[in-house]
Design a protein around this ligand. Structure first.
Ligand code: AMP
Length: 395
Protein backbone atom coordinates (compact mmCIF):
# COMPACT_ATOMS: atom_id res chain seq x y z
CA UNK A 1 0.00 0.00 0.00
CA UNK A 2 1.29 3.47 -0.87
CA UNK A 3 -0.27 5.05 2.22
CA UNK A 4 1.27 5.08 5.68
CA UNK A 5 -0.13 2.75 8.31
CA UNK A 6 0.18 2.80 12.10
CA UNK A 7 3.43 0.87 11.64
CA UNK A 8 5.02 3.67 9.59
CA UNK A 9 4.80 6.37 12.25
CA UNK A 10 6.03 6.69 15.83
CA UNK A 11 2.97 6.38 18.04
CA UNK A 12 4.68 5.61 21.35
CA UNK A 13 2.84 7.39 24.20
CA UNK A 14 0.88 9.54 21.73
CA UNK A 15 -2.71 10.70 21.94
CA UNK A 16 -4.47 9.12 18.97
CA UNK A 17 -7.90 9.72 17.41
CA UNK A 18 -9.17 6.57 15.69
CA UNK A 19 -12.10 6.47 13.27
CA UNK A 20 -13.69 3.02 13.44
CA UNK A 21 -16.69 1.58 11.67
CA UNK A 22 -18.87 0.52 14.58
CA UNK A 23 -22.03 0.74 12.50
CA UNK A 24 -23.31 -2.62 13.76
CA UNK A 25 -26.85 -3.98 13.48
CA UNK A 26 -28.93 -3.92 16.67
CA UNK A 27 -32.35 -5.26 17.62
CA UNK A 28 -35.12 -3.05 19.06
CA UNK A 29 -33.59 -3.35 22.56
CA UNK A 30 -30.17 -2.12 21.36
CA UNK A 31 -28.63 -5.57 21.58
CA UNK A 32 -25.88 -5.96 18.99
CA UNK A 33 -26.91 -8.77 16.62
CA UNK A 34 -23.63 -9.00 14.69
CA UNK A 35 -20.37 -7.85 16.27
CA UNK A 36 -18.06 -8.51 13.30
CA UNK A 37 -17.23 -4.86 12.70
CA UNK A 38 -16.21 -4.45 16.34
CA UNK A 39 -14.03 -7.56 16.20
CA UNK A 40 -12.47 -6.30 12.95
CA UNK A 41 -11.35 -3.10 14.73
CA UNK A 42 -9.52 -4.94 17.54
CA UNK A 43 -6.06 -5.47 15.94
CA UNK A 44 -5.49 -1.72 15.52
CA UNK A 45 -6.77 -0.87 19.01
CA UNK A 46 -4.60 -3.59 20.56
CA UNK A 47 -1.56 -2.31 18.69
CA UNK A 48 -2.21 1.23 19.99
CA UNK A 49 -2.48 -0.18 23.52
CA UNK A 50 0.91 -1.84 23.04
CA UNK A 51 2.25 1.56 22.03
CA UNK A 52 0.91 2.95 25.31
CA UNK A 53 -1.30 5.47 23.50
CA UNK A 54 -4.17 7.50 24.85
CA UNK A 55 -6.91 6.24 22.53
CA UNK A 56 -9.97 8.25 21.52
CA UNK A 57 -12.32 6.22 19.31
CA UNK A 58 -15.09 7.63 17.15
CA UNK A 59 -17.66 6.17 14.77
CA UNK A 60 -21.09 6.67 13.32
CA UNK A 61 -24.05 4.36 13.91
CA UNK A 62 -27.05 4.39 11.58
CA UNK A 63 -28.55 7.60 10.25
CA UNK A 64 -29.64 9.87 13.13
CA UNK A 65 -29.47 12.80 10.69
CA UNK A 66 -27.84 15.30 13.01
CA UNK A 67 -30.09 14.65 16.00
CA UNK A 68 -29.26 13.04 19.34
CA UNK A 69 -31.36 9.86 19.41
CA UNK A 70 -30.98 7.22 22.10
CA UNK A 71 -31.49 4.33 19.68
CA UNK A 72 -28.37 5.44 17.79
CA UNK A 73 -26.14 5.70 20.88
CA UNK A 74 -22.78 3.95 20.72
CA UNK A 75 -23.05 2.95 24.40
CA UNK A 76 -23.81 -0.74 23.56
CA UNK A 77 -20.72 -0.73 21.32
CA UNK A 78 -18.64 0.55 24.24
CA UNK A 79 -19.85 -2.37 26.36
CA UNK A 80 -19.12 -4.95 23.66
CA UNK A 81 -15.71 -3.44 23.00
CA UNK A 82 -14.91 -3.53 26.68
CA UNK A 83 -15.89 -7.22 26.76
CA UNK A 84 -13.74 -8.00 23.71
CA UNK A 85 -10.70 -6.16 25.07
CA UNK A 86 -11.18 -7.28 28.69
CA UNK A 87 -10.64 -3.72 29.88
CA UNK A 88 -12.63 -0.59 30.57
CA UNK A 89 -13.80 1.53 27.66
CA UNK A 90 -14.83 4.96 28.93
CA UNK A 91 -18.01 6.17 27.22
CA UNK A 92 -18.47 9.87 26.46
CA UNK A 93 -22.00 11.27 26.53
CA UNK A 94 -21.33 13.56 23.58
CA UNK A 95 -18.93 14.10 20.69
CA UNK A 96 -17.34 17.53 21.09
CA UNK A 97 -19.21 18.67 24.22
CA UNK A 98 -18.11 19.19 27.83
CA UNK A 99 -18.34 15.55 28.81
CA UNK A 100 -16.21 14.19 25.98
CA UNK A 101 -13.63 16.95 26.28
CA UNK A 102 -13.23 16.52 30.05
CA UNK A 103 -12.93 12.75 29.73
CA UNK A 104 -10.40 13.13 26.89
CA UNK A 105 -8.32 15.58 28.95
CA UNK A 106 -8.27 13.18 31.89
CA UNK A 107 -7.35 10.17 29.72
CA UNK A 108 -4.18 8.35 30.79
CA UNK A 109 -1.83 6.35 28.61
CA UNK A 110 -3.27 2.91 27.87
CA UNK A 111 -6.85 4.11 28.39
CA UNK A 112 -9.64 4.13 25.83
CA UNK A 113 -12.41 6.69 25.38
CA UNK A 114 -15.30 6.15 22.94
CA UNK A 115 -17.03 9.32 21.73
CA UNK A 116 -20.77 9.34 21.03
CA UNK A 117 -22.12 8.88 17.50
CA UNK A 118 -20.45 11.48 15.26
CA UNK A 119 -23.65 11.66 13.19
CA UNK A 120 -25.43 13.27 16.15
CA UNK A 121 -23.95 16.37 14.48
CA UNK A 122 -25.08 17.24 10.98
CA UNK A 123 -21.63 18.78 10.54
CA UNK A 124 -20.22 15.25 10.31
CA UNK A 125 -21.83 14.37 6.98
CA UNK A 126 -21.49 18.01 5.82
CA UNK A 127 -17.73 17.65 6.36
CA UNK A 128 -17.82 20.93 8.26
CA UNK A 129 -14.25 22.22 8.74
CA UNK A 130 -14.89 23.64 12.25
CA UNK A 131 -16.35 20.34 13.44
CA UNK A 132 -13.44 18.44 11.87
CA UNK A 133 -11.00 20.79 13.62
CA UNK A 134 -12.69 20.15 16.98
CA UNK A 135 -12.40 16.40 16.40
CA UNK A 136 -8.74 16.72 15.45
CA UNK A 137 -8.00 18.19 18.89
CA UNK A 138 -8.53 14.71 20.36
CA UNK A 139 -5.34 13.41 18.77
CA UNK A 140 -1.77 14.17 17.83
CA UNK A 141 -2.30 11.60 15.10
CA UNK A 142 -5.43 10.44 13.24
CA UNK A 143 -5.84 6.75 12.45
CA UNK A 144 -8.54 5.83 9.98
CA UNK A 145 -9.62 2.22 10.27
CA UNK A 146 -13.23 2.59 9.12
CA UNK A 147 -13.16 0.87 5.74
CA UNK A 148 -16.98 0.93 5.54
CA UNK A 149 -16.94 4.74 5.25
CA UNK A 150 -13.76 5.47 3.26
CA UNK A 151 -15.89 6.31 0.21
CA UNK A 152 -17.47 9.19 2.13
CA UNK A 153 -15.83 12.60 2.56
CA UNK A 154 -17.13 13.26 6.07
CA UNK A 155 -15.56 15.26 8.91
CA UNK A 156 -14.37 12.17 10.80
CA UNK A 157 -13.15 10.32 7.70
CA UNK A 158 -11.65 13.07 5.57
CA UNK A 159 -11.94 16.56 7.10
CA UNK A 160 -10.02 15.74 10.27
CA UNK A 161 -6.95 14.65 8.29
CA UNK A 162 -6.40 18.25 7.23
CA UNK A 163 -5.36 19.20 10.77
CA UNK A 164 -3.23 16.32 12.06
CA UNK A 165 -1.08 13.60 10.43
CA UNK A 166 -3.26 10.74 9.20
CA UNK A 167 -2.43 7.07 8.71
CA UNK A 168 -4.46 3.90 8.20
CA UNK A 169 -5.15 1.14 10.67
CA UNK A 170 -4.71 -2.58 10.01
CA UNK A 171 -8.27 -3.15 8.82
CA UNK A 172 -8.08 -0.66 5.98
CA UNK A 173 -4.64 -2.00 5.08
CA UNK A 174 -6.03 -5.56 4.94
CA UNK A 175 -9.12 -4.60 2.92
CA UNK A 176 -7.07 -2.74 0.33
CA UNK A 177 -4.57 -5.55 0.11
CA UNK A 178 -7.12 -8.30 -0.53
CA UNK A 179 -9.29 -6.30 -2.91
CA UNK A 180 -6.27 -4.72 -4.62
CA UNK A 181 -4.42 -8.01 -5.14
CA UNK A 182 -7.54 -9.75 -6.42
CA UNK A 183 -8.13 -7.01 -8.99
CA UNK A 184 -4.62 -6.07 -10.01
CA UNK A 185 -2.66 -9.26 -9.57
CA UNK A 186 -5.10 -12.14 -9.57
CA UNK A 187 -4.30 -15.76 -10.10
CA UNK A 188 -6.40 -16.62 -13.15
CA UNK A 189 -9.06 -17.47 -14.08
CA UNK A 190 -10.62 -14.55 -12.26
CA UNK A 191 -14.36 -15.12 -11.96
CA UNK A 192 -16.81 -12.58 -10.60
CA UNK A 193 -20.35 -13.20 -9.40
CA UNK A 194 -22.51 -10.10 -9.57
CA UNK A 195 -26.01 -9.98 -8.20
CA UNK A 196 -28.24 -7.63 -6.26
CA UNK A 197 -31.38 -5.90 -7.26
CA UNK A 198 -30.50 -3.32 -9.89
CA UNK A 199 -28.16 -2.90 -12.85
CA UNK A 200 -28.00 0.83 -12.15
CA UNK A 201 -26.30 0.23 -8.77
CA UNK A 202 -23.58 -1.79 -10.42
CA UNK A 203 -22.99 -0.21 -13.85
CA UNK A 204 -19.58 1.18 -12.88
CA UNK A 205 -18.66 -2.11 -11.27
CA UNK A 206 -19.63 -4.24 -14.28
CA UNK A 207 -17.85 -1.84 -16.59
CA UNK A 208 -14.67 -1.96 -14.52
CA UNK A 209 -14.79 -5.74 -13.98
CA UNK A 210 -15.14 -6.32 -17.73
CA UNK A 211 -11.60 -4.92 -18.02
CA UNK A 212 -10.26 -7.46 -15.54
CA UNK A 213 -12.21 -10.71 -15.23
CA UNK A 214 -12.21 -13.83 -17.36
CA UNK A 215 -15.77 -14.80 -16.48
CA UNK A 216 -18.72 -12.79 -15.18
CA UNK A 217 -21.68 -14.63 -13.66
CA UNK A 218 -24.79 -12.47 -13.45
CA UNK A 219 -27.61 -13.19 -11.02
CA UNK A 220 -30.20 -11.40 -8.93
CA UNK A 221 -32.71 -8.83 -10.09
CA UNK A 222 -30.29 -7.23 -12.54
CA UNK A 223 -30.42 -10.33 -14.77
CA UNK A 224 -33.91 -9.42 -16.00
CA UNK A 225 -32.84 -6.13 -17.54
CA UNK A 226 -30.38 -8.16 -19.62
CA UNK A 227 -33.13 -10.73 -20.39
CA UNK A 228 -35.31 -7.95 -21.78
CA UNK A 229 -32.51 -6.86 -24.09
CA UNK A 230 -32.37 -10.44 -25.37
CA UNK A 231 -36.11 -10.39 -25.99
CA UNK A 232 -37.27 -12.80 -23.26
CA UNK A 233 -40.51 -12.09 -21.45
CA UNK A 234 -39.81 -11.40 -17.80
CA UNK A 235 -43.30 -11.29 -16.23
CA UNK A 236 -43.24 -9.07 -13.14
CA UNK A 237 -39.49 -9.44 -12.59
CA UNK A 238 -37.63 -6.31 -11.57
CA UNK A 239 -36.38 -4.45 -14.64
CA UNK A 240 -34.95 -1.02 -15.40
CA UNK A 241 -36.36 -0.01 -18.77
CA UNK A 242 -34.20 3.11 -18.89
CA UNK A 243 -31.08 0.95 -18.62
CA UNK A 244 -31.73 -1.35 -21.59
CA UNK A 245 -29.26 0.45 -23.87
CA UNK A 246 -26.66 0.34 -21.20
CA UNK A 247 -27.18 -3.37 -20.58
CA UNK A 248 -26.81 -3.92 -24.32
CA UNK A 249 -23.55 -1.96 -24.34
CA UNK A 250 -22.19 -3.97 -21.42
CA UNK A 251 -22.95 -7.24 -23.25
CA UNK A 252 -21.19 -5.88 -26.33
CA UNK A 253 -18.19 -4.85 -24.25
CA UNK A 254 -18.01 -8.36 -22.75
CA UNK A 255 -17.87 -9.79 -26.25
CA UNK A 256 -15.18 -7.34 -27.36
CA UNK A 257 -13.09 -8.02 -24.27
CA UNK A 258 -13.51 -11.76 -24.64
CA UNK A 259 -15.13 -12.01 -21.23
CA UNK A 260 -17.45 -14.96 -20.75
CA UNK A 261 -20.54 -13.19 -19.40
CA UNK A 262 -23.24 -15.64 -18.35
CA UNK A 263 -26.86 -14.99 -17.50
CA UNK A 264 -29.11 -17.42 -15.61
CA UNK A 265 -30.46 -20.21 -17.84
CA UNK A 266 -33.35 -20.94 -15.48
CA UNK A 267 -35.06 -19.14 -12.64
CA UNK A 268 -37.08 -19.76 -9.51
CA UNK A 269 -40.17 -17.59 -9.77
CA UNK A 270 -42.55 -16.32 -7.14
CA UNK A 271 -46.17 -15.34 -7.59
CA UNK A 272 -45.48 -12.33 -5.38
CA UNK A 273 -42.52 -10.69 -3.67
CA UNK A 274 -43.10 -12.37 -0.31
CA UNK A 275 -41.41 -15.11 1.73
CA UNK A 276 -44.27 -17.61 1.58
CA UNK A 277 -45.43 -17.10 -1.98
CA UNK A 278 -46.15 -19.93 -4.42
CA UNK A 279 -43.05 -20.81 -6.49
CA UNK A 280 -42.10 -22.51 -9.73
CA UNK A 281 -38.92 -23.16 -11.71
CA UNK A 282 -38.75 -22.38 -15.42
CA UNK A 283 -36.15 -21.96 -18.16
CA UNK A 284 -35.23 -18.43 -19.13
CA UNK A 285 -37.47 -18.33 -22.19
CA UNK A 286 -40.57 -19.43 -20.28
CA UNK A 287 -41.33 -16.83 -17.61
CA UNK A 288 -45.14 -16.48 -17.63
CA UNK A 289 -47.06 -13.26 -17.04
CA UNK A 290 -47.90 -12.61 -13.40
CA UNK A 291 -44.75 -14.23 -11.98
CA UNK A 292 -41.42 -12.74 -10.99
CA UNK A 293 -37.89 -14.11 -10.98
CA UNK A 294 -36.56 -14.17 -7.42
CA UNK A 295 -33.67 -16.65 -7.57
CA UNK A 296 -31.50 -18.52 -10.05
CA UNK A 297 -32.75 -22.02 -10.84
CA UNK A 298 -31.02 -25.43 -10.36
CA UNK A 299 -29.58 -25.60 -13.90
CA UNK A 300 -27.96 -22.20 -13.38
CA UNK A 301 -26.60 -23.27 -9.99
CA UNK A 302 -25.00 -26.22 -11.79
CA UNK A 303 -23.64 -24.09 -14.63
CA UNK A 304 -22.23 -21.39 -12.33
CA UNK A 305 -20.77 -24.00 -9.96
CA UNK A 306 -18.80 -25.51 -12.87
CA UNK A 307 -17.41 -22.07 -13.73
CA UNK A 308 -16.46 -21.43 -10.11
CA UNK A 309 -14.65 -24.76 -9.91
CA UNK A 310 -12.32 -23.57 -12.70
CA UNK A 311 -11.50 -20.30 -10.92
CA UNK A 312 -8.35 -19.36 -9.04
CA UNK A 313 -9.76 -16.04 -7.81
CA UNK A 314 -13.41 -15.19 -7.17
CA UNK A 315 -14.88 -11.77 -6.38
CA UNK A 316 -18.53 -11.85 -5.34
CA UNK A 317 -20.80 -8.87 -4.86
CA UNK A 318 -24.59 -9.07 -4.59
CA UNK A 319 -26.83 -12.03 -3.79
CA UNK A 320 -28.09 -14.00 -6.81
CA UNK A 321 -31.62 -14.09 -5.42
CA UNK A 322 -33.73 -12.63 -2.64
CA UNK A 323 -31.64 -14.44 -0.04
CA UNK A 324 -33.54 -12.82 2.84
CA UNK A 325 -36.43 -15.18 1.94
CA UNK A 326 -35.66 -18.84 2.66
CA UNK A 327 -37.46 -19.98 -0.51
CA UNK A 328 -35.21 -17.82 -2.69
CA UNK A 329 -31.91 -18.25 -0.86
CA UNK A 330 -30.95 -21.54 -2.48
CA UNK A 331 -28.95 -20.04 -5.35
CA UNK A 332 -26.90 -17.81 -3.05
CA UNK A 333 -26.40 -20.57 -0.44
CA UNK A 334 -25.40 -23.16 -3.05
CA UNK A 335 -22.79 -20.89 -4.63
CA UNK A 336 -21.44 -20.01 -1.16
CA UNK A 337 -21.05 -23.73 -0.43
CA UNK A 338 -19.27 -24.36 -3.74
CA UNK A 339 -16.82 -21.56 -2.90
CA UNK A 340 -16.30 -22.97 0.58
CA UNK A 341 -15.27 -26.34 -0.85
CA UNK A 342 -12.75 -24.97 -3.34
CA UNK A 343 -9.09 -25.44 -2.54
CA UNK A 344 -6.30 -22.97 -3.32
CA UNK A 345 -8.74 -20.35 -4.50
CA UNK A 346 -8.85 -16.76 -3.30
CA UNK A 347 -12.47 -15.86 -2.48
CA UNK A 348 -13.35 -12.23 -1.82
CA UNK A 349 -16.86 -11.39 -0.68
CA UNK A 350 -18.14 -7.81 -1.03
CA UNK A 351 -19.86 -6.48 2.08
CA UNK A 352 -23.50 -5.92 2.96
CA UNK A 353 -26.14 -8.40 1.91
CA UNK A 354 -23.72 -10.86 0.35
CA UNK A 355 -21.59 -11.01 3.50
CA UNK A 356 -24.74 -11.53 5.60
CA UNK A 357 -25.94 -14.33 3.28
CA UNK A 358 -22.55 -16.10 3.37
CA UNK A 359 -22.54 -15.77 7.13
CA UNK A 360 -26.06 -17.22 7.31
CA UNK A 361 -25.11 -20.21 5.18
CA UNK A 362 -22.44 -21.03 7.77
CA UNK A 363 -19.38 -20.97 5.52
CA UNK A 364 -18.03 -17.47 6.23
CA UNK A 365 -14.84 -18.80 7.82
CA UNK A 366 -14.04 -20.68 4.60
CA UNK A 367 -13.73 -17.46 2.57
CA UNK A 368 -10.36 -15.75 2.08
CA UNK A 369 -11.76 -12.32 2.87
CA UNK A 370 -15.17 -10.87 3.66
CA UNK A 371 -15.13 -7.13 3.25
CA UNK A 372 -16.54 -4.96 6.06
CA UNK A 373 -17.64 -2.33 3.53
CA UNK A 374 -20.31 -2.83 0.88
CA UNK A 375 -20.37 0.59 -0.77
CA UNK A 376 -16.66 1.16 -0.18
CA UNK A 377 -15.65 -2.13 -1.80
CA UNK A 378 -17.88 -1.41 -4.81
CA UNK A 379 -16.32 2.03 -5.30
CA UNK A 380 -12.87 0.50 -4.93
CA UNK A 381 -13.67 -2.09 -7.62
CA UNK A 382 -14.96 0.71 -9.84
CA UNK A 383 -11.54 2.31 -9.50
CA UNK A 384 -12.93 5.45 -7.88
CA UNK A 385 -10.79 7.55 -5.58
CA UNK A 386 -11.79 6.95 -1.95
CA UNK A 387 -11.67 10.26 0.01
CA UNK A 388 -10.88 8.56 3.34
CA UNK A 389 -7.82 6.94 1.76
CA UNK A 390 -6.69 9.87 -0.39
CA UNK A 391 -6.08 12.06 2.68
CA UNK A 392 -3.75 9.58 4.39
CA UNK A 393 -0.03 10.33 4.33
CA UNK A 394 1.96 8.79 1.53
CA UNK A 395 4.72 6.38 2.41
P1 AMP B 1 -27.29 -5.31 -3.34
O1 AMP B 1 -27.63 -4.49 -2.14
O2 AMP B 1 -27.25 -4.55 -4.59
O3 AMP B 1 -26.12 -6.22 -3.14
O4 AMP B 1 -28.51 -6.25 -3.55
C1 AMP B 1 -28.95 -7.15 -2.61
C2 AMP B 1 -30.42 -7.15 -2.69
O5 AMP B 1 -30.82 -7.59 -3.97
C3 AMP B 1 -31.04 -8.06 -1.67
O6 AMP B 1 -31.81 -7.30 -0.80
C4 AMP B 1 -31.90 -8.97 -2.52
O7 AMP B 1 -33.15 -9.18 -1.94
C5 AMP B 1 -32.07 -8.23 -3.82
N1 AMP B 1 -32.35 -9.16 -4.94
C6 AMP B 1 -31.61 -10.18 -5.35
N2 AMP B 1 -32.21 -10.85 -6.35
C7 AMP B 1 -33.38 -10.21 -6.59
C8 AMP B 1 -34.46 -10.42 -7.51
N3 AMP B 1 -34.43 -11.43 -8.38
N4 AMP B 1 -35.48 -9.57 -7.45
C9 AMP B 1 -35.50 -8.55 -6.57
N5 AMP B 1 -34.53 -8.29 -5.68
C10 AMP B 1 -33.47 -9.12 -5.68
Amino acid sequence: MSKKTVKDIDLKDKKVLVRCDFNVPMDENQNITDNRRIVAALPTIKYLLEQNCKIVLCSHLGRPKGEVKKEFSLAPVGKELSKQLCREVIMANDVIGEDAKTKANNLKNGEILLLENVRFHREETDNDPEFAKELSKYGEVFVNDAFGTVHRAHASTEGVAKYIPAVSGFLIEKELKFLGDALENPERPLVSILGGSKVSDKIGVIDSLLEKVDTLLIGGGMAYTFYKVLGYSIGNSICEDDKLDLAKELMKKAEEKNVKMLLPIDNKLGKEFSPNTETMIVDRDSIPDGWEGLDIGPKTIELYSEELKKAKTVIWNGTVGVAEFEKFAQGTNSLAKVLADLEDVVTIIGGGDTAAAVQKSGVADKMTHISTGGGASLEFIEGKKLPGIEVLENK
